[in-house]
Write a protein that binds this ligand. Sequence first.
Ligand code: FAD
Length: 376
Amino acid sequence: MELDEFRRGLDGWLDAHADELAPPYEGAGALDEQVAQISKVKRLTFDAGWMRWGWPDRVGGFGGSTLLRAYLGEALTTRELVEPGIASLTEVLAPTMIDYARPELAAVMVPRLLCGEENWCQGFSEPGTGSNLGSLTCRAVRADGGWRVTGQKVWTSLAQFADRCVLLTRTGTVESAHRGITALFVDMDAPGITVRPIGSMHGVDEFCEVFFDDVAVPEDRTLGDEGQGWAVAMDILPYERSTALWQRGAYLHRRLEELIAAAPPGAIDAGALGEVTQLVYAFRARSRATQHRLASGGQLGAETSIDKVMLATAEQALFDLVADAMPLQLAVADDPVDRRWRSEYLYSRAATIYGGSAEIQRNIIARRLLGLGDDR
Ligand SMILES: Cc1cc2nc3c(=O)[nH]c(=O)nc-3n(C[C@H](O)[C@H](O)[C@H](O)COP(=O)(O)OP(=O)(O)OC[C@H]3O[C@@H](n4cnc5c(N)ncnc54)[C@H](O)[C@@H]3O)c2cc1C
């Protein structure tokens, strides 16, 4: 199906099913409500076929350009049917599952993610390992028929709702650094896993500590080969830093329009508004180019750090403008819409951390794209 035809068909279908698709809450909703809403929207759009376009048929898709699924994410976000950050996890994790899981495993699991039957999480960061992922210590040792995993992850978004986890484990020596890492696809209800949500300042307790105590993982849940976990991580991160952010660009655009409508007359500084508008549009232009590169068969790599820096810069500048234009609503007002502005302002501070911090992205740009400094 061509993009124009998809757009027209999808927009008409979303109009016709607006009541059925609408969230049952006002404002942002609580986290469990947001997760349930995304599952509902995925199920409805999967059953109607829209969610299947842009994914290969070997994982239950209808094929077609990846631009089709990008437009679906944009349309659902613009209509406020899904929370863009949580919804984008599918774009982060599914492409790598398709590339690295055994074909039989991907064929069973990916459709469950697409249709909203399951949620997955990403177990990379640890208490002593974030930016320096190559030093992770959560250990997997060989056991009968697979692996036994012991260790801890942290900042694992939505682990409390997840059915599966894409988990990075240490299988070589610590000295083997990124060469001694293996990626596993773990059932979150396996005996020995404990999940503890962490309180967040914006009031949405999105991420968790996850503890693994001698957890059995079958051999056929290894993603790629033993020792290939770094390649799996390097496959996921470019999606997380670029194509998964396309719908976030649509969300920023919508919030920019809402700010202009909601701010008291004269409250927005015209120069600052011009600056933020430029940042939001520049990000969308960059993100559009990345989507087209993926759609035409290009590989995503280090250049996606530019997308991530631009997204974080635009998001924080936009919500700084919200804080300047509506300081009282942001600080103390308590209706659902103002609470949402406040929560989103606070969450925007995380944009320079998640998916790899802004400093790390700038290091990648400097070393790998511009050839500056020492990359040994
Ligand atoms: C909202 C949110 C959701 C997240 N979800 C997940 C998830 O689902 N799964 C997951 O695995 N992780 C997740 N994370 C964790 C995230 O990936 C890490 O926080 C991030 O990679 C930074 O690692 P760190 O927190 O250990 O900070 P550190 O690596 O300790 O960095 C601390 C500071 O030092 C700077 N720094 C570190 N090294 C360098 C360097 N070499 N050069 C210059 N500056 C440097 C960093 O930029 C940062 O400012 C999430 C984080 C957030 C905020």
